[in-house]
Design a protein around this ligand. Structure first.
Ligand code: ADQ
Length: 455
């Protein structure tokens, strides 16, 4: 078997400690097979070099390339994060399209392909990740690369009607046909992609999985729901439940219940709606005031994008207003924290929470929902309140599913979770935990690579 080559916008170099399930899963696969991880270094420089900077560590080589300022703005901030991200998350009103940004996006993909092509061997298996790099296979094929290339989209794939709003959509989506396998998070996403190829490109497919384009390309698409390292999170939660950070949190609650939310500060995560729902819950259930606190952990992300700065200001106002309205000298309804925590600390926090609030307006999968479940203990598990629009809602049947646009619905789910008898909590949690035990991140990675290798 040849090497595995992973390509993603950002590379999880071990010394940078961009830890997380995906990085760990990729590292495990890369060290088993030997391999290369190629992507942006995260640096923006005046004059980027022509070749990536190579760094070998054991069986893995990292190839890191810098971006120039104009490329960073057009490719990363502009096209990836102000056109593709909002559109694919069903927010066409937030799309900022410009032809210059599209050109920058294509230019960077071409540049990445040129740098990567020189490093590839014929028997490599290449695995490209996410919306930043959709046209990468086309660019590699144009340079004569014949290796197997797979693509996994971490975010939702919108319905064809929505996709059609994007100028130049056909060229972009059609370039997916240059992969051997395109993986999506859910069956609904797979269906949307098959539909797009049939309706917009005149492709044919008998089963919605093998697609034949009028130009003669054949490629496969499939749903591969991403997951977490279930055993690791469960272990971290057990040991984390008694560490100093968790003990500090628990003692500050003074016996009150905790509802926890953990999300990058992103408009797809439904945070204003969640704050509003918690306020509505307090308004409706006066008897619950002082009995429960919500803790929202939301590290800042993409601060160079104006919509993210606006969202931050909005959340600060909302948290302040709710706390101003309901807080008592010894109780604050919303604890709002803009920083990151180690996985072990987060797992301990999940463990002691009675409710997990995961209410995105759209989410490819949402790993926090899975982490919350994995972190619960069998004796006294908490309840997951989960948006029906998160990919994970397809798998987590024991959650209380809500429509995050319906603030009253979410507010009532919070009450239902608090009132839920222990036996029901256990039954709901057990089905989800059993599922996650077998459907973990290693199973996801192996399923994708087996499908890619099988052709
Ligand atoms: P994200 O949009 O980043 O991922 P998510 O799936 O929830 O969303 O993953 C976030 C990860 O970051 C989780 O593992 C979480 O624990 C961690 N995290 C969040 N806040 C943190 C904090 N304050 N400190 C430390 N860690 C924190 C995209 C898609 C998702 C898809 C994933 C994987 O948008 O839908 O599930 O990729 O494919």
């Amino acid at each position: 078997m040849g090497r595995l080559v992973v390509v993603s916008n950002r590379v999880a170099v071990p010394r940078e400690r961009r830890a997380g399930g995906l990085a760990a899963a990729m590292h495990a696969a890369l060290s088993q097979r030997g391999g290369l991880w190629f992507g942006w270094s995260g640096r923006v420089v005046a004059a980027p070099a022509d070749a990536p900077k190579m760094e070998a560590q054991g069986a893995i080589t990292y190839a890191l390339t810098d971006l120039g300022r104009a490329d960073y703005e057009a490719y990363y901030l502009g096209y990836a994060n102000r056109a593709l991200w909002p559109l694919f998350h069903y927010q066409p009103n937030l799309v900022e399209f410009s032809r210059a940004n599209l050109e920058g996006y294509l230019r960077v993909n071409r540049r990445f392909a040129a740098q990567l092509a020189r490093l590839l061997r014929e028997d490599d298996t290449v695995w490209v990740h996410d919306y930043h790099l959709i046209p990468l296979a086309s660019e590699l094929r144009a340079l004569g690369v014949g290796a197997r290339i797979g693509f996994f989209l971490h975010i939702p794939l919108p319905a064809p009607e929505l996709m059609a709003m994007l100028p130049g959509h056909r060229r972009l989506v059609e370039s997916l046909a240059d992969y051997d396998l395109v993986g999506l998070q859910t069956e609904a996403d797979r269906h949307a992609l098959a539909d797009y190829f049939v309706r917009e490109c005149g492709a044919s497919t008998a089963d919605g999985r093998l697609i034949l384009t009028p130009g003669g390309r054949r490629f496969r698409i499939g749903a591969f729901p991403i997951s977490i390292d279930t055993a690791l999170i469960a272990r971290l939660a057990t040991s984390g439940s008694t560490n100093a950070a968790t003990r500090g949190l628990v003692s500050s609650l003074q016996g009150r219940a905790l509802a926890i939310g953990v999300d990058r500060l992103d408009y797809s995560k439904g945070l204003p709606e969640r704050f509003e729902a918690f306020g509505r819950f307090l308004a409706r259930h006066a008897e619950r005031r002082r009995q429960v606190s919500m803790m929202q952990i939301a590290p800042l992300s993409r601060e160079d994008v104006p919509e993210y700065r606006e969202l931050r200001e909005r959340l600060e106002r909302m948290a302040g207003a709710t706390n101003g309205q309901y807080a008592e000298p010894d109780w604050v309804p919303i604890r709002y924290i803009n920083r990151s925590f180690q996985q072990a600390t987060l797992s301990g926090y999940y463990r002691v929470a009675q409710i997990g609030l995961v209410t995105p307006l759209r989410d490819g999968m949402n790993l926090v929902a899975k982490e919350f479940v994995a972190a619960q203990g069998a004796d006294d598990p908490g309840v997951l309140v989960l948006s029906r629009f998160a990919g994970s809602a397809n798998e987590l049947a024991g959650a209380l599913l809500v429509n995050p646009h319906d603030v009253d619905d979410t507010a009532e789910a919070i009450e239902q979770a608090l009132a839920m008898p222990l036996a029901e909590r256990r039954a709901r949690w057990q089905t989800m935990f059993d599922w996650l035990r077998t459907h973990d991140i290693a199973a996801w990675r192996d399923a994708f690579l087996a499908a890619l290798d099988a052709g």
